[in-house]
Write a protein that binds this ligand. Structure first.
Ligand SMILES: [Zn+2]
Ligand SMILES: [Zn+2]
Length: 142
């Protein structure tokens, strides 16, 4: 088992916090642990800090980001605020399908406040975990 320089953990923890600002401390700790053990496995016992370690940490954190962008229908539905369209929505267009809302359709709202047809945004989120308009991350899984 390798020993890590003290600054190491803090560096990983800071990088994770900036990538996953909504993550709980508990979740961050799990991520830090999993990254530390992957580094240990890659480095085969060497505990020297050098630039290649920083690169490795970047790659490992990036992998976590990719994992967290694969959304299932269940997770999408849990994170989408649904409502029925009202009279005042009828002149508003869903930018995904470029159609105006019809009466009593399901409208889904993301955390950023942008709204789309529920079915349009569901389909979109399977491909991209981001808002089609403002590009902010739609659902934070970590
Ligand atoms: Zn639509
Ligand atoms: Zn948005």
């Amino acid at each position: 088992m390798m020993t890590l320089p003290l600054g190491y953990r803090a560096y990983i923890s800071r990088s994770l916090q900036s990538r996953f600002p909504n993550a709980t401390d508990e979740r961050l700790e799990i991520l830090v642990q999993s990254i530390l053990s992957e580094i240990a496995a890659c480095r085969e016992g060497s505990d020297d800090w050098d630039e290649s370690i920083e690169e490795l940490i970047e790659v490992l954190i990036h992998n976590r980001e990719i994992e967290s962008s694969e959304l299932t229908e269940e997770i999408i539905l849990q994170n989408l605020k649904l409502r029925r369209s009202q009279a005042e929505d009828l002149k508003v267009m869903c930018v995904i399908c470029q159609c105006e809302y019809q009466r009593k359709e399901f409208v889904g709202k993301l955390g950023c406040g942008h709204e789309y047809h529920a079915d349009c945004i569901k389909r979109w989120l399977f491909e991209n975990n981001s808002c089609p308009v403002c590009k902010c991350k739609a659902i934070d899984l970590i």
